[in-house]
Every structure is written in C-alpha cells, then in structure tokens.
Design a protein around this ligand. Sequence first.
Ligand code: NDP
Length: 479
Amino acid sequence: ATANIGVVGLAVMGSNLARNLASREGNTVAVFNRSRSKTDELLATHPEANFVSAFSYEEFAASLTTPRTAVIMVKAGKATDAVIDALVNVFEPGDIIVDGGNALFTDTIRREKAVRETGINFVGMGVSGGEEGALLGPSLMPGGSDESWITLGPILRSIAAVAEGEPCVTHVGHDGAGHFVKMVHNGIEYADMQLIAEAYDLIRRGTGKSPAEIADVFAEWNRGELESYLIEITAEVLRQVDAATGKPLVDVIVDQAGAKGTGAWTVQTALSLGVPVSGIAEATFARSLSSHPEQRAISRSLPGAEEDLEVEDVDAFIEDVRLALYASKIVAYSQGFDEIRAGAAEYGWNIDLGAIAKIWRGGCIIRAQFLNRITEAYAEAPDLAVLLTAPYFVDALGRAQGAWRRIVSTSANAGIPAPAFSSSLAYYDGLRAERLPAALIQGQRDFFGAHTYKRIDKDGTFHTLWSGDRTEIEAEDTH
Ligand code: NDP
C-alpha cells in the first residue's frame, strides 16, 4: 500500500480532483472507476501524475495506507449507494469514505448513520467550482465526524482554493451539514444568476444597448461592490460572438434554462423549515417558467403593458439597475444564510456562518468580494437573526432602496418580468412592516377552521364563535 488518498469515479469531477490531489507534495493517489476505460485514459493522458491505478475495489483498498481515505465522485443517488456498499466491504473500522458528489443532505445523514455502524467514518462533502475548481482549487464543504476531520483537514486544506491567504475549506458540521451548506450555496447561485439576467434584460430593453455594450457595463460593475465571478463571466458571455451567424451568442442560445435540482432542493427544504427564501424560489421558478415553450407559445397573445420602457437618462437608469441588483443580492444571501441557520438548529449542527462566507470567497461559483462583508457581520454579531440587518447592509440597502423601487415599478409598468428583483423587494418590505396582514389571515383561519388566534393586548389563545353569537372565548392553543 502506497497511496495516502484515493478517488473513486473518474469522470470530469473525479479525474480533475485526483489530478489536483496528485499535484500536491507528498500525495500518492489511488484511482478507480467502475468501467476501466476512464482509468486507462486518465493514466495515459497524465503519466506525470502520482497515481496508483486499481481495477477492483479489493485492489483499490489494498493500494491505500491506513486509515484508508477515499473520495467518491460518482453520479449522485443510487451510484453513490452502490460505491459506498462496495467500499464498506473492503474497508476497515477507522477508514474514511468521503462523498464529494452533489448528494441530498438527508441521504448523507442516512448514509453517515449506516456507515458509522460499521466503524468506518463517512463524510458528505460539498464541492463547488465545477471542473476547473476541482483541478485548480475548489471550495470544499465537508461534514462528518470530528475524528475524520483530523485526517482529512490537512489534505483538504492542501487542495482547496485560497482566498486572501486562507484555504476555502472548513469543517462545516456533523453528518449532512456539508451537503446542506452546498445545497444552499447552489440556491444562492440560482438567485444571483437570475438577478444578473434580469439586470441584463432591463438594460437591453431599456437602453437598446447591444450585448457587447452591456458586457462593458458588467465589466465596469465588476470593479465595484458587485465584484464577483458571476458578474465577470456574464461580461464574457455577453461579448461572445457566434461564429456561424456573426450574431451575439446570447441571441442564438435557446431561452430555456436547465437545472439539475439543487435549487429545487434548497426551496423544498426551506419550505419544510418555514424559511422564506423567496428570491431563491423565484429564481428557481423563473427557470421552470422559461422551460415550458408550449405554455409560453399560447400565452404570447396575452394583453401586455400600455407603455414601453423608455429611458431618458441611460446612465442614471443603469445605475438604478446596479443598485437594484445589489440590494436584491443582499436579500438572496440573507435568505440563504437564514436557511443555513434554521437547518443547523433543526439538525443540531454547530455551523459558524462567518466561516461559511469565508470559504465561499474562492473556488466556488458565487465567489465575491461581498462575502467579506458577511464574514464581518457575523464576526460582530454571531447570533444575528437577519443578515441584512447588519450595519453595513442596512447602509447599503438605504443607498439602494430608492433605485430598487424605481426599477421594480418601471419593470412592472413596462411589462418586463423581474421576478427576483420584485420578490426581494417585497421580502424586504415585509420584514420591515410594523404590522402585516397576517392578522387577517389568522381571522380567516379561525373563521373556517377554529384555528384560534392570539391578541395583541393580552396573553392566551382565543376563538370567536363565528357560527354562533360571535362572542370571543378563550381556547386551547391548537395551531
Ligand atoms: P457524473 O455525475 O456524470 O457521473 C459519472 C461517474 O459516475 C462515472 O465515473 C461513472 O462510472 C460513475 N458511476 C455511475 N454509476 C455508477 C455505479 N453504479 N457504480 C459506480 N460508479 C458509477 O460525473 P461528474 O464528474 O460530472 O460528477 C461527479 C459528481 O460530482 C456528481 O455527484 C456531481 O453531482 C458532482 N458535482 C459535479 C459538479 C460539476 O460541475 N459537474 C460540481 C460539483 C459536484 P462509469 O465511467 O463506469 O460510467
């Protein structure tokens, strides 16, 4: 046995992660893939790398020094279970199995429990940054036991992205915590992308600028408080010209957004936790709406707005869009961190929210300058209940809100969909409200279902005898 770490699953992500591991001093990497061809190809294309190839799970286990440590990078779902079962058969107590696929965190909780009974450690780890991240330095979100972190920590720190001198990895929390945080990361990514898309659409339709000209706007924004990987690549995509037609590439791409499910998981989980991640939900639904061409075709004749979007001062309009984007982005991150906080409370994880913002500063898709502000906010107030109430964000929202309101009303008046902008603003105003019409909803619920209500002026739970003489009685607290 010569390898200190192994990788199972050598498709795009696994092979790049294996190369990243092998490129670090002191590592010898055992590699295994279900079908032999991928292993052969990896070895043939990278003869320089310190790999030990295995062609069966037995060989793979035999090539690893103990405690054996293996990272699984296979298709999430049944494939992951199949590989875990196979590894459990050939590994021994004290060994460590890491699942780096995009597993649903509840699957990770289940797997961790089952594997722990064999004495083997199981770590669900979120990996972000796609192909390039896996090769050059991803953002890593491992869960699992403290014991496995002792062995894994140094290895993961050596391959993770580095942001401002710090590796983008931390022990997120026990069992499924890492995959939970990765899921929310992807949800925030959906929101961020949708907000950028809405900003582009408004600028294009409001100013008539070409995609290449709008690329310049995004490049400019990338030098300010919006600086981020997603803004940077947006400029690149908008600047791209299609070789076949000579048109902007964005104009020849079919306008139906795909999704692999992590956005939906974020929203489904938030619904069960009762956390309003409305910006993330709108972004997820906007992708769904785009992907129903039949519904869109029959809806095209629906009556639209009376007035077109006519922008008089182009620069002022673009600045308004920038501020609306910034404010909505603050909402999306605030909602995402709210979900992590609620998940941690529900599943008993001790998650350091400031540390999460830190490890997202490099390697991952939502890496941004802005994350430093989040880390600072939690450093000052670790128990902050609503991230956007941190002083820095209050100030930023104060500067942005006028523009944000103008953009939401302008888009509504012109019939341009801006679901993430407008739902984020509605969330902001909902949070701010002195009183919400939820009081009326409680009245309605009490009327049809005797669900009872609380009063603002005295303790207790009450019910009005709606179908009787409509007097109020004290009631058992039902819901
Ligand atoms: P795929 O998700 O396309 O999975 C292909 C790999 O899974 C192949 O190695 C395949 O082996 C293996 N596999 C499938 N079924 C089984 C099985 N029953 N037993 C053993 N192995 C099996 O590969 P990717 O590299 O794109 O992704 C790997 C994981 O990383 C996924 O969980 C993905 O969600 C996650 N991920 C992907 C990111 C990305 O940007 N692509 C980013 C972050 C995470 P074979 O060659 O034999 O078919």
